[in-house]
Design a protein around this ligand. Structure first.
Ligand code: AP5
Length: 261
């Protein structure tokens, strides 16, 4: 618990970001598969709900969800060279090197399913990664839409509950929370009945390190994207459906606004 209190000090001292209510109520219930979207970047602290929202966004617009954390964990599980290099770093709660992650994302963006757009979850996480992404996207032939960046802002205590209570299905990736979004039957996926697991980096000590890494290395991206006029903010301290509605408004309003820059 001491480690988490230390992280709380860092988090509180450096602030958790600006909350902004984007206003318009209600969300277009129709499918977004005909809406041109382009690249979407989700920013936010560990446990802010990036993965939860990224899955909903990907499903709504029919674009791929690219989670660098998921790709790295898959490599660790398969014991690849990348996985061996990343394992210890991830277990400590530190960030994997920019070179390794950039090259992993570069490979993924070359897949044809990314042509209409994609949602990046957990990338970029450093200014160097963001600068690399800007260059990479500039070079992509036929990228019709500018990048929209959405920051999901959540209070510190809520983050702790979300991270310590998270459970995930190893088969379909569905994310639950034993306190906030429990499965119908304890420990079992509602969709496929598989036993849920807890991530190895969701222990108090590692959570503390992840939150410190976020404050030091990832939070400066808010200013980076703010200066580019691309940053949209969503209050993540709301039920999933409400966050989702605000998210769609930020993406569609953001895409239109960014298109005029
Ligand atoms: P990664 O997997 O990206 O982890 P993270 O950024 O720490 O984010 P999380 O996955 O923990 O949280 P989330 O925001 O996705 O929240 P979720 O939707 O699951 O990265 C893991 C590690 O990989 C890093 O530490 C690093 O080592 C490495 N790595 C990855 N990318 C890297 C990069 N670019 N560069 C270098 N290293 C990299 O939700 C959390 C919980 O909250 C769930 O239980 C969920 O059910 C619940 N919840 C979600 N939304 C709500 C809501 N609105 N209300 C109530 N509960 C909610």
């Amino acid at each position: 618990m001491k480690a988490l209190l230390l992280a709380a000090d860092v988090f509180a001292a450096e602030g958790s970001g600006v909350k902004r209510n984007l206003g318009r109520q209600g969300v277009d219930a129709m499918s977004g598969r005909n809406i041109p979207v382009g690249p979407i970047v989700l920013l936010g602290a560990p446990g802010a709900g990036k993965g939860t929202q990224a899955k909903l966004i990907a499903g709504h617009y029919g674009i791929p969800h690219i989670s660098t954390g998921d790709i790295l964990r898959d490599n660790v599980a398969r014991g690849t060279e990348l996985g061996r290099k990343a394992k210890r770093v991830m277990e400590r709660g530190d960030l994997v090197s920019d070179d390794l992650v950039n090259s992993m994302v570069s490979d993924r963006l070359k897949q044809p399913d990314c042509n209409r757009g994609f949602v990046l979850d957990g990338f970029p996480r450093t200014v160097a990664q963001a600068e690399w992404l800007d260059r990479e996207l500039e070079e992509r032939a036929g990228e019709s839409k500018p990048t929209v960046v959405v920051d999901v802002d959540v209070s510190y205590n809520q983050l702790l509950q979300r991270l310590t209570g998270r459970r995930t299905c190893p088969v379909d990736g569905k994310i639950y929370n034993i306190y906030l979004q429990p499965p119908k039957t304890e420990g079992v996926c509602d969709v496929c009945g598989t036993q849920l697991f807890q991530r190895v980096d969701d222990t108090e000590e590692v959570i503390s390190e992840r939150l410190k890494s976020y404050e030091r290395q990832t939070k400066p991206l808010e200013e980076f994207y703010q200066k580019q006029g691309r940053l949209r903010c969503v209050n993540g301290d709301q039920p999933v459906e409400k966050v989702m509605a605000d998210m769609f408004r930020a993406i569609e309003g953001g895409a239109a606004a960014a298109g005029t820059e």
